[in-house]
Each structure stands twice: as structure tokens, then as C-alpha cells.
Ligand binder design. Structure first.
Ligand SMILES: [Zn+2]
Length: 251
């Protein structure tokens, strides 16, 4: 599996885009989260990675939760797709039920086309093909198989295990440190874990108590601006970085 890390910042970053990634598929890309300024983010990631990223080729988006540094780009992506992408069609939009329940509530004031009248002319399904991520089984997203697990965060948020049949990516989602969550993610060949310094986030000190074998398979993002993490197995990712995920036995 090849992954382009499109953003590694946290909610307050003035230097990096919000934590997010694209998985390359035979059909195009699957996006993990969609922070603000997505078109600039994908252009920067193209420049840095050398991989051409046409936003019109993103065929599915998986949303972990509704904070702006993860979901703030949904309006831009929706309008870009509908009006600027020359018939690329509606992308899939995947989220767990409690995240999806409030998706349109977040987007409607700027997207429902109410104008000066009181009748909405658009709904979420005019822009996206919404799909629910099952919590107790697998969900097929394009050619990928996705599992989700609730994290400990201030609003409903999931972590993800995403498999292409060869390798599996673990994506922590925003979460307080939780050993059971790390254990669940350890099924993956590579784990991308958030690392913050405040409440609602996992700290480096906490993550460094995990087994060394697991730390070796972990990369970190969502680290606040200006924070230098200690040297160790858990390397901090940067915007535009490309990760080739190999089966864990071959690493
Ligand atoms: Zn968050």
C-alpha cells in the first residue's frame, strides 16, 4: 500500500495542514480526513511527493470526526467536485453513525442552497454518496476493507484499520492515550498515531510506554508546532511524505 501523508498538523498549526492522508488505489485515491484548504494541501503534497494528485480522482473520503482540522475541507471538496471537476461524479463519504448523524448539521448552513427563502434545495447526498462505517464488522470502501473503533476524544471519533489485502494501515484518529486502542491498531503493518501535548491527545511519554516492537511500527503526526520530540523509534511524519507499507514480516 502506498500512502501520501497530506497533512501532519494539529488544530492550531500555522505551519502544516491538518492531519490527513491519501491512499493510492487502482481507481485513484481514498482520503483519510479532509482538513481546511484541501486544494492547496493536495497541490503542496503533489509538489513535495512528486506524485500527481488530482482532487477529482479522490473517489472516497473517510472521516474520523468533525473537528475542523479533520473535516473543515468537506465544503470545498464538495463544491469543487460538483462545479469544477468536469463530471467526475460524487465521491463516497464514509463515517461512523454518530459522526455521520451530524455531518449535514455541520455543512448545511453553507451548502443547503436556502438562499433568501426557507426551503433547502440541497442535501448531503447531492454532493456525496454517504456510507456508514460499521463498528462491529468490516466496511468495503472501493477495493479497501475498513474497520473502525471508537476512540477517547471530546466528540465521536474513530480510529481505523485499512487493508488492501496485502498490507494494513492503522490510523489512530484523535484520541487520548489508550492502551487497548494501541493494541487494536497493532494488527496493522504500519501505525500512524496522533501525538499531542494536551487533554484529549496521546503524549509522547505515554506512547513511549508501548512495547518497543510496536513503537518501531509507529509514525507520529498531529504534533503541535514548535515541539521537538525525543529521538526514538516513533518518528514524526512531515507533510507530503510518501510511505510504502510493507507486510510486517518483511520489514
Ligand atoms: Zn479532534
Amino acid at each position: 500500500m502506498r500512502l501520501i501523508v497530506t497533512g501532519t498538523g494539529d488544530a492550531f498549526s500555522a505551519e502544516r495542514f491538518g492531519s490527513s492522508a491519501l491512499i493510492e488505489t487502482a481507481q485513484g485515491f481514498v482520503a483519510i480526513d479532509c482538513p481546511g484548504c484541501p486544494l492547496a494541501m493536495y497541490r503542496k503534497a503533489s509538489e513535495r511527493s512528486g506524485i500527481e494528485i488530482d482532487p477529482a480522482r479522490i473517489h472516497d473520503l473517510i472521516l474520523t470526526h468533525l473537528h475542523a482540522d479533520h473535516a473543515g475541507g468537506l465544503e470545498t471538496m464538495a463544491f469543487h467536485r460538483k462545479y469544477m471537476s468536469g463530471g467526475a461524479g460524487k465521491p463516497g463519504l464514509w463515517a461512523a453513525d454518530r459522526v455521520m448523524e451530524r455531518m449535514w448539521e455541520r455543512l448545511a448552513p453553507s451548502m443547503d442552497g436556502r438562499g433568501s427563502g426557507d426551503k433547502a434545495t440541497n442535501s448531503l447526498s447531492d454532493f456525496y454518496s454517504p456510507g456508514i462505517l460499521h463498528m462491529d464488522s468490516h466496511t468495503k470502501v472501493g477495493d479497501l476493507v475498513v474497520e473502525a473503533r471508537w476512540t477517547k476524544h471530546s466528540i465521536p471519533t474513530v480510529g481505523l484499520l485499512i487493508s488492501d489485502g496485502q498490507t494494513t494501515l492503522g490510523w489512530s484518529g484523535d484520541t487520548e492515550f489508550e492502551r487497548e486502542h494501541a493494541q487494536w491498531l497493532s494488527q496493522a503493518d504500519l501505525i500512524i498515531h496522533e501525538c499531542g501535548q494536551s487533554a484529549m491527545h496521546a503524549t509522547w511519554d505515554q506512547l513511549s510506554t508501548l512495547p518497543e516492537e510496536l513503537q518501531r511500527r509507529m509514525r507520529l503526526l498531529h504534533v503541535p508546532d514548535g515541539v521537538d520530540l525525543p529521538e526514538g523509534h516513533m518518528r514524526q511524519l512531515s507533510d507530503g511524505e510518501v510511505l510504502e507499507i510493507a507486510p510486517v514480516m518483511q520489514q
